[in-house]
Design a protein around this ligand. Structure first.
Ligand SMILES: [Mg+2]
Ligand SMILES: [Zn+2]
Length: 193
């Protein structure tokens, strides 16, 4: 055994996994330009509170626009830096971003509802999924969360309620919590203790 190698670390940290487009920010469809990015109302305050309660904030996002050639991995990383710049004045941040760059046809393990990125984050940060949660706006967020044992929260974007309800009804992914806003979802997660 190499020097310094100890027993496997027991995952103990709690996290709120958050979707990006439609959840943290309005879904502008293949957004490339960071200057167009906006944060949804109440997101900064909720993330600040989650972190104050000891939760990591981990963003997991499908970015098929990379493989489709609409933007590059660098563009995506610029968006993520901008998101944290916008959150900073509210005392909030996303601790880490994990993104899938693949088109759905590839059938990769990292595109939600695949759980690869959640597993990667869990390993990188020592996260206990049983005491963690996911907040997203689509059935695939809920499905990924269920597969890996997270508390699942659905926040439907305004104007897309009926579409999302149809999507959820057609899937096997009933969320544990349905909330009217991102903030309300996070408060429900924190109230679980
Ligand atoms: Mg989304
Ligand atoms: Zn992928």
């Amino acid at each position: 055994m190499p020097v310094g190698a100890g027993a496997p670390v027991v995952p103990t940290r709690r996290a709120v996994f958050v979707d990006r487009d439609g959840t943290l920010n309005p879904d502008l469809h293949y957004l490339k330009d960071p200057s167009r990015l906006e944060v949804n109302r109440g997101v900064g305050e909720a993330l600040r509170l989650a972190r104050a309660h000891g939760y990591l904030v981990i963003c997991v996002t499908n970015q098929s626009g990379i493989e489709r050639g609409y933007y590059t991995a660098d563009d995506v990383e610029r968006i993520h830096r901008r998101l944290n710049e916008l959150l900073a004045p509210e005392g909030a941040r996303v601790d880490a971003f994990y993104y899938c760059p693949h088109a759905p046809e590839r059938g990769c393990a990292c595109r939600k509802p695949g759980t690869q990125l959640f597993e990667d984050a869990g390993r990188d940060w020592g996260i206990d999924f049983a005491t963690s949660a996911v907040v997203g706006d689509r059935a695939l967020d809920v499905e990924a969360g269920r597969r890996i044992g997270l508390l699942t929260c659905l926040v439907r974007p305004r104007g897309h309620e009926a579409e999302i309800d149809r999507e959820i009804a057609a899937s096997t992914a009933a969320p544990d919590i349905r909330a009217d806003s991102f903030g309300a979802a996070v408060y429900r997660v924190l109230a679980r203790g």
